[in-house]
Design a binder for this molecule. Structure first.
Ligand code: CUA
Length: 317
């Protein structure tokens, strides 16, 4: 698929052409003014050089206000174009479509581990279907990393202790680079991988070919191993709030506040259970901070997210 010289190679995601267009605009405005100023300096330096007999009239001040207006209005208009164009694109890049497929990403010294919802995991490789929005929920097990796919024009820091998100929709089948774009220690330069954008049929086949336990099932196993069900089990509801249907709901807290039970809240409630105690319950839960890796936390959260609301059709209780 050789396309000759292109200023911006590998536009392989839905936002890539728009990011490049904005970048080209910034580059041309900058290049235009840089060139104009340098040419004017050279021209005047030669024209009015020392010893050259030239007409040098006194400055006239009558029209100064027009000059003032020009150098206020023109840069303002140009920078406002940059601002609104950039802001519009930024909001698009930060707002994933509701139907995006969610993958979990854990960065650690020095590799990327990725979980697919249907139960395939991979290391330093990312297989995705084209034409479908993909949302990555990312966290680091140690230091700050950054998940960067140049061909998709998306990059986001991967932080310890906090979930970050990026999304993209690949538009061309192919193989692309994946980099860590934040210096994270000795092997930072080796923390790289490949992105395989496949047709949706190939992706479905790829998922099937080596399906293992789903993150929800693995999380459920962990839930029992850690004996979480001693308190959070279905017959222990008096000791602890039920986890069924808790995800994405508003939770009333003991101190009168209300929180939205998203992934960040679920994670915090495992590693720092006393930070936000549910109204009507005692602060009894021990912390699991030192016992769990971020991968295990991800799996536990996926399991909790999968628990249906009490009384709904899928609820086994
Ligand atoms: Cu991870 Cu650089």
């Amino acid at each position: 698929m050789e396309q000759g010289f292109r200023l911006f190679p590998d536009q392989a995601s839905s936002v890539a052409p728009r990011v490049d267009a904005l970048y080209a605009f910034l580059l041309s405005v900058t290049a235009f003014f840089t060139l104009a100023i340098f040419l004017a300096i050279v021209y005047f330096a030669i024209k009015y050089r020392h010893g050259r007999p030239k007409d040098r009239p006194r400055l006239r001040h009558e029209q100064l206000w027009m000059l003032e207006i020009a150098w206020i209005v023109i840069p303002l208009a140009l920078t406002m174009v940059m601002f609104f164009w950039g802001a519009k694109l930024y909001f698009e890049i930060r707002t994933p479509p509701a139907d995006a497929i969610e993958l979990q990403v854990v960065g650690k010294q020095w590799m990327w581990k990725i979980y697919h919802p249907q139960g395939r995991t991979e290391i330093n490789e990312l297989h995705i279907p084209v034409g479908r929005p993909i949302r990555l929920r990312m966290i680091s097990d140690d230091v700050i990393h950054s998940f960067f796919i140049p061909a998709f024009r998306t990059k986001m820091d991967v932080l310890p202790g906090r979930y970050t998100m990026q999304w993209f929709e690949a538009t061309r089948v192919g193989e692309y680079d994946l980099f860590c774009a934040e210096y994270c220690g000795t092997d930072h330069a080796g923390m790289r991988g490949r992105v395989f954008a496949m047709t949706q049929a190939d992706y479905a086949e790829w998922l099937r070919s080596a399906a293992t336990e789903t993150p929800q099932a693995a999380g459920g196993r962990l839930f029992s191993q850690l004996r979480c069900n001693t308190c959070h089990g279905d017959d222990a509801v008096l000791r602890s709030p039920t986890l069924h249907g808790i995800f994405n709901r508003a939770i009333a807290l003991a101190d009168g506040r209300t929180v939205h039970a998203d992934e960040a809240y679920l994670r915090e409630s495992i590693v720092d259970p006393l930070a936000k105690v549910t109204a009507g319950y005692q602060p009894l839960m021990p912390t699991y901070q030192a016992q769990l890796t971020e991968e295990q936390l991800l799996l536990l959260i996926e399991y909790i997210k999968s628990l249906p609301r009490p009384g709904t059709q899928n609820d086994p209780t």
